[in-house]
Design a protein around this ligand. Sequence first.
Ligand SMILES: Nc1ncnc2c1ncn2[C@@H]1O[C@H](COP(=O)(O)OP(=O)(O)OP(=O)(O)O)[C@@H](O)[C@H]1O
Length: 200
Amino acid sequence: MTLEEVWKSYGRRPVLRGVDLVVPAGALVGIVGENGAGKTTLLRTVIGELVPDRGKVNRVGEAGYCPQEAVVNPLLSVAQHLELFRVAHELADVKRARELLAILGYAEPLEQRVGTLSGGTQQKVNLVLALMHDPPLLVLDEPYQGFDWHTHERFWELARHLKERGQSIVVVSHLIHDLAHFDTVLELRDGKLHQGVSTA
Ligand SMILES: Nc1ncnc2c1ncn2[C@@H]1O[C@H](COP(=O)(O)OP(=O)(O)OP(=O)(O)O)[C@@H](O)[C@H]1O
């Protein structure tokens, strides 16, 4: 996927000011930036939820998006969420979703209401809902918030596995020790993407 000279303002406030981005197939791209730099705005533009004021977004197929907080309805069970997304994505079954839950170490009953799960466990469900239809592009906004160390490691194993299958992954990260996992790290600063991370 690529972005070419993308601009986006909220009212008079420009947030993206000529963003260029190239995400090749199988690439693992990290996006960093200060609070309010526009990272979420950028991700929502990448998936097509926001339309840029100017510039071009070229996407190959659908994108899977894991926002910061995503649970559809805390009163519905995990199984009901899987079923909702199965229907939405026109999948034959939820086999892949169960496989992904297992990879992330999900150990609760599927009948449990999402609202009664711990924050980290809810985040596993969020992630699986974004991945279960195996989209060619995954866009993840701080996907491992609340994960314990073991789950964190499992997440990176899963990311490598998806990458080997040719899926591209764009991740917003705040964790400096995670940056080594990425093929490319880009910093969103002054409304543009810059290679690497500034330490100034
Ligand atoms: N719907 C909106 N309407 C108006 N302003 C918005 C809207 N969404 C975001 N903004 C503003 O745009 C700027 C960028 O917000 P955004 O959420 O994209 O930043 P971010 O880098 O993801 O921040 P954080 O690291 O805190 O999550 C902020 O100043 C925010 O207040």
